[in-house]
Design a protein around this ligand. Sequence first.
Ligand SMILES: [Mg+2]
Length: 260
Amino acid sequence: MQHISELKEVKHINLIVFDVDGVIVPRGTEIIESGSSVTFNLKFPPKKFIETTKELLNYSNVAISSGRSMLTLKTMFTELFGEYKNNNHFILQAENGGRISIGPEEIGAGHNPDYIKSLSTLRAELRKVQHQHIKGFEPKETFLTIHCQDRVPQIEEIIDKNNYYLIWNGEAYDIGDPNITKGTGLQRIKELLSQRTGKPINAIAIGDRQNDIDLLQQADISVSADAKVLTEANYYVPDDNETLPGLILAKHLLERFKEN
Ligand SMILES: [Mg+2]
């Protein structure tokens, strides 16, 4: 892996994809579920990221790819939602590839109808698990996210690994359709954009955790925001405790675009 400063040629890039937690905002979701109320914290991207992204849209499409729900992303990125310039769009991809929003349009990700139908039964079954580690279910449409203080063996036993993926990320379980990932979501965005523009789409993507592996594999240029976790990428952004990796990449790309 090369340091991101080695990426000099950017003219061909027309899609920039950012993971959110750990890349644009600090990691960690606090969730409290009590009776029929769910409370969880929202984090907003730094002002500098919003300003830089608005400028990047002069040169390239910009997409967010996150495991969070579409409603959460639209709230977090309210200052960028619907933004477009020079035929470049600000795109939101929610639920690990499960939902895509471009301007006023919201598009599904091609889930199997039987999978979607099975989710409510699975959710009801998982709801029965009582364990002191369980903090709550984060509201999602196309997969399940259960926040826990630590792993819960009963949850892991219920999941049929033939039909669902199960990812433990240190603060929550994500349980979803193995055929839909951030990688398939990126493919879908590329197809949509190339149909609209009639041009091939060259994407650069940055992520920091296991749910970004497919995203980085499908990207034309991959960037690891945590070289200890994602060890296979073309470039890495160094750990800088002051600045989030997504902002470092955004600034670097903007400088290079302006030079060209
Ligand atoms: Mg992340």
